[in-house]
Write a protein that binds this ligand. Structure first.
Ligand code: IMP
Ligand code: MG
Length: 183
């Protein structure tokens, strides 16, 4: 991969590791939902690349939909989340799988699970590419790509201030690149 962009500290997950793990997750999901139709809910913007690769590796019938969420106070731990863009269709009696790029504190996913559960899906499961070690213990994931340390990561859909999303790997951002701004 040669020279890394200046703000990148180190690569945590290579494109090859991502590709292998995404295929494993897709196989596992395809087995678990055999005979059912899956309603895949990708969380924008970060999950768009993971979602694209994961869904294309599925061998079962599925539909894709997206939601966009925003944390209220980015610097608070309140867990207050706002829906910026909702699903296109009701999910009542659907087998819903939430696809997230990253679980950091877990507040976003906890909120989302609560909201979607209230819409009476036939089942509701969660999938994330990466989870930080500091994540809330009560937020459960049915499918997880990788555990990562509590650092700011970018690439494969993940951004910092909308930059670095289309890097083919997941990398740690240099602390000085985000130290001056609030998350
Ligand atoms: P939460 O703390 O689990 O609620 O995560 C909130 C959101 O912050 C995630 O869905 C991501 O969009 C974003 N986020 C948290 N940590 C990172 C990171 O290391 N890189 C990029 N985005 C992140
Ligand atoms: Mg996100």
């Amino acid at each position: 991969m040669g020279d890394l962009p200046g703000d990148i500290q180190r690569i945590l997950i290579t494109p090859e590791e991502i590709e292998k793990r995404v295929k494993e997750l897709a196989d596992q999901i395809s087995n678990d939902y055999r005979g059912k139709r899956l309603y895949m809910v990708g969380i924008l913007k970060g999950a768009f690349i993971f979602m694209a690769d994961l869904t294309r590796a599925l061998s079962i019938p599925h539909v894709v939909d997206f939601m966009a969420l925003s944390s209220y106070g980015k610097t608070t731990q309140s867990g207050a989340v706002r829906i910026l863009m909702d699903l296109r269709e009701p999910i009542e009696n659907q087998h819903v799988l939430i696809v997230e790029d990253i679980v950091d504190t877990g507040h976003t996913l906890a909120y989302l699970q609560q909201v979607l559960k209230g819409r009476s899906p036939a089942s509701l499961r969660t999938c994330a590419l990466v989870r930080k070690t500091r994540a809330r213990a009560d937020v459960t994931l049915d499918y997880l790509g990788f555990e990562i340390p509590d650092v700011w990561v970018v690439g494969y859909g993940l951004d910092f201030a909308d930059r670095f999303r289309t890097l083919s790997y997941v990398a740690e951002l240099k602390p000085e690149a985000y130290a001056s701004s609030q998350k």
